[in-house]
Design a protein. Structure first.
Length: 80
C-alpha cells in the first residue's frame, strides 16, 4: 500500500517500544478504546515516552518546577 492509501484508513501508529509494551503484533488486528487522559496521565506518558522530545520536556519541566519551589522557599526564609 502507498502512504496515500494508508492515510485514508483510520489507524493508530505505534513505535516499536510501545508495541512491545502492549504486546501488539504488526500482522494482527486490534480494537482500542480511546479516552482523554488527565494532566497526571499526560505527564506520565511524556515522562516515559520513547520519543526524546516529550520525555526531555517533561523532565526539564519537573526540574524547573523543583527549582522554582526551592527558590520560593529560600526567598521566604530570607525575609525572616
Amino acid at each position: 500500500m502507498a502512504d496515500d492509501e494508508l492515510a485514508d484508513e483510520p489507524a493508530i501508529r505505534l513505535d516499536d517500544v510501545t508495541r512491545g509494551r502492549l504486546g501488539v503484533h504488526t500482522d494482527m488486528t486490534y480494537q482500542f478504546e480511546l479516552r482523554e487522559g488527565g494532566w497526571i496521565e499526560q505527564f506520565r506518558w511524556a515522562w516515559n515516552a520513547s520519543d526524546p522530545a516529550p520525555r526531555i520536556a517533561a523532565r526539564l519541566g519537573i526540574l524547573g518546577l523543583a527549582l522554582g519551589i526551592l527558590g520560593a522557599v529560600l526567598g521566604v526564609i530570607s525575609l525572616h
